[in-house]
Design a protein around this ligand. Structure first.
Ligand SMILES: C[S@@+](CC[C@H](N)C(=O)[O-])C[C@H]1O[C@@H](n2cnc3c(N)ncnc32)[C@H](O)[C@@H]1O
Length: 215
């Protein structure tokens, strides 16, 4: 992605930040922020630890972890989204790209999440490698693969067949411990929030992957 398109993406998310939670949940029926953390809590029976929420946005995907007694560090490159996230009890948040060097310690997180962001990630194998570096041995990762769609060209995002994405996962480093499918989001309604008409309508479904770092 060019730095221009990175900038316009940051701008886009900053523009919708104040309406994101209401819009995502009520209008889009977005559920990834519940489905992924709920499965991770089920896979990890201990109710404490440190979570890294990559592309935390306004903080929706961290809420179940706060409620369950975890400490959470959030990273997102959109200043507007991070501004909203400040209303949540993050241990720390950073405003930067998750594809740059991450300002957190290696081998220190029980859980890493990256929810609703792989549409925009330029180098998935590299990001998976960084996630591996940040997890403790036996730590868990939950992520949402946007399933293959012709939205790829029209919306300028990345989508994958789950089989293709799974090839990015280094099986010597991670076990795949669970996989679930659910609805992701739809693009047509975005026009309402942005005041734009004629935005092409696409539905994105998610294939969520749950990985455990080898001991
Ligand atoms: C659809 S929102 C998902 C937010 C949150 N994870 C959730 O589930 O509600 C996508 C988020 O990814 C962030 N994002 C996209 N590309 C990013 C990157 N390279 N680095 C950091 N954040 C990024 C955007 O700013 C936005 O907050």
């Amino acid at each position: 992605m060019t730095s221009d398109s990175q900038d316009s993406r940051k701008e886009f998310f900053s523009k919708i930040a104040s309406q994101y939670d209401k819009y995502a949940i009520e209008r889009l029926g977005y559920e990834a922020h519940i489905k992924v953390p709920a499965k991770l809590l089920e896979l990890r029976n201990k109710r404490e630890g440190l979570v890294l929420d990559l592309a935390c946005g306004t903080g929706l995907g961290s809420l179940l972890f706060f409620e369950s007694g975890f400490d959470v560090i959030g990273i997102d490159f959109s200043p507007g989204m991070i501004e909203v996230a400040r209303s949540h009890p993050y241990k720390q948040h950073y405003c930067q790209s998750i594809e740059e060097e991450l300002p957190v310690e290696d081998r220190s997180f029980d859980i890493v999440t990256a929810i609703g962001v792989w549409e925009f990630v330029e180098d998935p194998p590299r990001l998976l490698e960084k996630i591996w570096e940040k997890l403790i041995d036996g730590g868990l990762c939950g992520l949402t693969i946007p399933k293959q769609s012709d939205a790829e060209n029209e919306l300028g995002i990345h989508t994958y067949s789950p089989e293709r994405f799974i090839q990015f996962v280094d099986k010597r480093r991670f076990d795949i411990v669970d996989e679930i499918d659910f609805y992701g989001w739809e693009s047509g309604h975005l026009g309402e929030v942005l005041g734009e008409t004629g935005l092409p309508h696409h539905r994105i479904d998610y294939h969520a992957l749950f990985l455990r770092k080898h001991k």
